[in-house]
Design a protein around this ligand. Structure first.
Ligand code: NAD
Ligand code: ZN
Length: 258
């Protein structure tokens, strides 16, 4: 049924001038990085790993930090490459439209594919950050220390606990990033939610911001989401199939004469 929505989505894309993309973990599963809530997601295969993303547990329990560094040092993010979905968004930006990609992903794959306007709502895996002095540096350093036998690498400057520079559960998002994401959502004429269960807030709430400002919402996801009813169109399929097919048919943007 959903393949039938593609012509409608294509015409929405052709008419759009400013596109706001809200990307989720589903964008990167085809690069070998597990999502959280999809059928093969981390919450189903390893529910105990949720503690790693709980800031209080991370601070209080060295066993949680050990599990976190084990997970990071063998993370598929370290070797992942951008996929056809990432590339399709780069190609979409070459059709002359303003595109802002607000990603919930921490893998930097969209940027590596070549996208420039990417806002990282949940931070990045690729930096460590000291919980005390905020010192940020390449994650490679901490992973190398862990792999050389330091079970719980601490900050060189102040001895504080290190994490990835990502937003843990219950932690506030960076207000400057949120403000830019809100502006992108509010000024768009088309909102595309791709590979996200739209279950994590405030990220999912950006769809409401876009709709209330008059944008059409299009959802491309492998499973239903809580926003499907509010969407102008829903596409259900694999991002790496659907997105490149659609984008290859999008016309170069020409402002209408009136
Ligand atoms: P989510 O796991 O809640 O939802 C992902 C959705 O994508 C699922 O509904 C799944 O059905 C769909 N999906 C997976 N692969 C797909 C594909 N190839 N084609 C179409 N649909 C596909 O992810 P979320 O909404 O982004 O929220 C998860 C949170 O976890 C985010 O906050 C993010 O920070 C973090 N996270 C990031 C990464 C990453 O950086 N790659 C990976 C896992 C989790
Ligand atoms: Zn420090």
């Amino acid at each position: 049924m959903d393949a039938n929505n593609e012509p409608q989505v294509l015409s929405l894309l052709n008419r759009a001038r400013r596109i706001f993309v809200l990307a989720g973990a589903g964008m990167s599963t085809e690069s070998g990085i597990q999502d959280f809530r999809g059928p093969q997601g981390l919450w189903r295969t390893n529910p105990a790993s949720q503690r790693i993303f709980d800031l209080q547990a991370y601070i209080e329990d060295p066993a949680v930090r050990l599990a976190a560094w084990e997970m990071r040092s063998s993370s598929p993010i370290l070797a992942a490459q951008p996929n056809r979905g990432h590339q399709a968004l780069v190609d979409l930006s070459r059709t002359g439209r303003d595109i802002t990609i607000v990603t919930q992903n921490i893998d930097e794959l969209q940027q590596r594919a070549g996208s420039r306007d990417v806002l990282e709502l949940h931070g990045t895996f690729w930096q460590s950050r000291c919980l005390d002095c905020d010192d940020r540096r390449s994650i490679d350093e901490a992973i190398t220390r862990f792999q050389s036998g330091d079970d719980d690498p601490h900050c060189f400057h102040c001895g504080g606990i290190l994490r990835t520079d990502t937003v843990a559960f219950g932690q506030p998002l960076d207000p400057r990033v949120v403000a830019s994401a809100m502006t992108a959502a509010r000024t768009s004429d088309l909102a595309l939610a791709i590979g996200t269960s739209l279950a994590v807030f405030p990220a999912a709430g950006l769809c409401d911001v876009a709709i209330q400002a008059g944008a059409d919402l299009v959802i491309l996801n492998g499973e239903p989401t809580g926003y499907d009813k509010q969407a102008r169109a829903v596409l259900r399929g694999a991002i790496g199939d659907v997105l490149p097919r659609l984008v290859s048919q999008v016309e170069v943007y020409r402002p209408s004469p009136n």
